[in-house]
Structure formats: C-alpha cells, structure tokens
Design a protein around this ligand. Structure first.
Ligand SMILES: [Zn+2]
Length: 398
C-alpha cells in the first residue's frame, strides 16, 4: 500500500504540475481554479512532508484542474482508487468532475459511467441503475457499455426479468450492427438463456409448472441444446410423470458436445427407471458411449452390462475399451475386480480415493475447482463455465 501510495503521489504531482503549466499557458481553466491551484498543491506537499499520504493524495486531487487535458487523469485516478477499494474517494473525484460546466456532453457521459462503476463497486445498485438507464438512453458512445453494466446491477440484485430485457436489447443492437452480441465477456444469447433458466427455477419453486416449461423452452431459442435448459426440462417432465418427454430432452444433451457428468447419468438413470422400456438405460448408455468415449461412461456402461448380462461381458467390454481408449481409471477398475472385494487390502482405499471426484468440477475461465457444478462460477462470476473433469484417475490417460 505504501508503494502504491508513493506511485500515486508521484503521478499526481506530475499531473498537477503539467495541468498547471498548461493552464498558465492560456488553456481553459476557470479563474477560481487558477487562484486555488498553488495553495492546494503546496498543502499537498505539507501533508506529504508530515507523512500523511492519504491527505496528500486528496489535496493533490483537488489541485488537479478539471479540463479537457486533465479529464483522462481524473478518470484514471478514480479508476485506480476504485480498484484499490477506496470507493468513497473515487466517488468524490467523479462527482467533482460532474460539477464542472466546461466538460463536453461526451466527457460528462464518460464521468457518469465512471460514477456508475463506483456505485456498483460500493454496492449502491439503485444509484448505479439510475445513472446507467439514463446513459443507455442519452449516449450513443456509451449506450452498449451502460447496458453491460446494467447486467451487473440486475445480476447482483437477482432481477432476472430486467436482465433478460437488457440482454435482448444487446442482441438487437448487435444484430443491427451485424456484430456478435457480447454481455459481460460472454455472448448475450448465452446470458439470456441463463437468466431465463433462473426464472424457470423460481417458477418451479412456486409450483408454476406451465411458466417454468415456457421459460425453459424460451431459453432454448438461441441455443437449442443448452445444458441447463435441457436438464431443467428433463427434470420438470420427469417430476410431472412424463418420462418420455424427459427422455426427449435428455437426448438433446446426448447430441450436444457437453461432457457427461455423474449428475447427468443420475438423471438418465431416473428417467429410464420411470420409463416403460426396461432396456432403455442399457441401450442409452451404449449409444451415449458411441458418441462420447469417456472413462466415466465406460465404467457406468460396464456396471449396467454386469447387472444385465453378467460380470464376464462387463469385463470383456472394459478390456476392449482399454485397447481403443487407454484410461487409467478403467485399468484400475479391472485391477480391483481381481481383488477380493471383502478384503482390507490398502489398494482398495488408495484407488477409492483416486477415483472419487471430490474436486471433479473446474471453471474453464478462472480455474476454480469444486465438488459440484455451479451454473455461475463463484470465482469469476462467469455463467456455465464450470466443467466436469472427474477424479484424479479420470484425468490421467494412458
Ligand atoms: Zn470461474
């Protein structure tokens, strides 16, 4: 912090000195600032000599004249303070900017945007929302940026309906410009789908099944095989006693390129138990494995083969998969089959620990790991960026 303050002070001293020199050279600066500048400047030095760095930063900030030439310095300074968590001081700087009549409309809009960012950082969402709604309407240059920040505000407040509206506006704006629609670092179509799934889950909690179904189906509008919406629809149909419709939704997942996970296999198993076709689970696993040759699917299919057709068939299948897709977890399961299951051999414990997918999920964006899937990463706040990687043995391939 001391080093940061020192750097900040050096930058401020230089910026004030440069701004003052420019001002004396005849560039725009009002009379009050012209007379006020030197005293604030020297006051800052006094604070600095007394070791009061925080007050020195404030004094130099006040001494920094606001005009076209120094606007970027104020904005950059406010941004540094906000990132350091000193949001109150960032707000003061940006509110100070907005009181200056000499700024052009574009510069005023830029200052508004910065102030809205400060309010978001401070958790003052109502105040940020008002600024951003005005900006989105009034500014051509900052309209899309304001809408992207509005998504932050609505996500933080879990106002999913408002978030859907903004995502749709971003999609429409980008469509007119022939560009991809980007929300907060992710496609706006994907964000819209996630917000609709949030609404669908909320509808489900109040037993409003029709609304929930409509929202899930709407979520599939731009992404026909979205994992969350497909799983939601499958679960909804299953709980309403329609395993056939649930299986239809699950087939969309099987046809997508999403990695199969234990939770997805549990859903498939539940659907097949409720389904009138007794052979559906085995047939589905066999088809799933032809599409995606993962160790998890191989082991699940082997377990079902063993249950239906016997241990020899299952073992032969696993050995065949080892030839085509070498996998340490499949090899380990074969080794364990040769051991007495009731024994207390340490191999059981070691392999058991390695195959347990304790931290089996990982965010592809920030690397966050966890035991379960979150639709929104707790680490980086990205949507649907957490993927299954399995236990230690599943991550190791021969
Ligand atoms: Zn993440």
């Amino acid at each position: 912090m001391i080093l940061n303050n020192a750097l900040l002070l050096v930058l401020l001293v230089l910026a004030v000195a440069a701004g003052w020199t420019l001002g004396r050279g005849g560039l725009r600066m009002d009379v009050a600032e012209r007379s006020q500048l030197p005293s604030q400047y020297y006051r800052g030095f006094n604070f600095l000599l007394d070791g009061e760095e925080e007050d020195a930063v404030d004094a130099f900030t006040e001494a920094l004249a606001v005009n076209e030439e120094t606007l970027d310095t104020h904005i950059a300074l406010g941004s540094v303070l906000r990132k350091r968590g000193e949001v109150d001081r960032a707000i003061r700087i940006h509110q100070n900017l907005l009181m200056r009549p000499q700024l052009s409309p574009v510069q005023l809009h830029q200052s508004h945007l910065e102030l809205a960012r400060d309010f978001i950082a401070a958790g003052l969402y109502d105040r940020a929302e008002q600024l951003l709604v005005d900006l989105a309407e009034q500014s051509t240059d900052f309209s899309a940026t304001a809408q992207r920040h509005l998504l932050d505000v609505y996500e933080a407040q879990r106002d999913w309906e408002a978030a859907v509206t903004i995502a749709e506006q971003l999609i429409a704006l980008a469509g007119e410009a022939g560009q991809p629609a980007i929300g907060q670092g992710q496609p706006a179509e994907q964000l819209r789908g996630q917000y609709l799934c949030e609404l669908a889950e909320a509808a489900l909690e109040r037993d409003d099944f029709d609304s929930s179904r409509g929202l899930y189906e709407d979520a599939l509008r731009d992404q026909p095989a979205d994992l969350r919406a497909c799983m939601g629809l499958a679960n909804l149909n299953l709980s309403l006693g329609d395993p056939m419709a649930a299986f239809d939704a699950f087939q969309l997942i099987m046809g997508s390129d999403r990695t199969c996970t234990p939770e997805m296999l549990k859903l498939l198993q539940d659907i097949c138990i409720a389904h009138p076709d007794d052979a559906l689970y085995l047939a589905s696993l066999e088809r799933y494995y032809t599409i995606q040759k993962s160790p998890l699917l191989a082991l699940t299919l082997a377990a079902e083969l063993e249950r239906v057709q016997g241990a020899e068939v299952a073992e032969a299948f696993l050995r065949a998969t080892l030839e085509a897709q070498p996998s340490v977890s499949v090899a380990a399961s074969l080794v364990l089959k040769g051991l007495d299951a009731g024994s207390s051999l340490p191999e059981w414990r070691v392999f058991g620990q390695l195959t347990a997918a304790e931290e089996g999920y990982q965010c592809g964006h920030c690397g966050f790991t966890g035991r379960a899937r979150h639709w929104r990463c707790p680490g980086c706040r990205h949507w649907d960026s957490i993927h299954y990687r399995g236990g230690a043995l599943e991550q190791t391939h021969g």
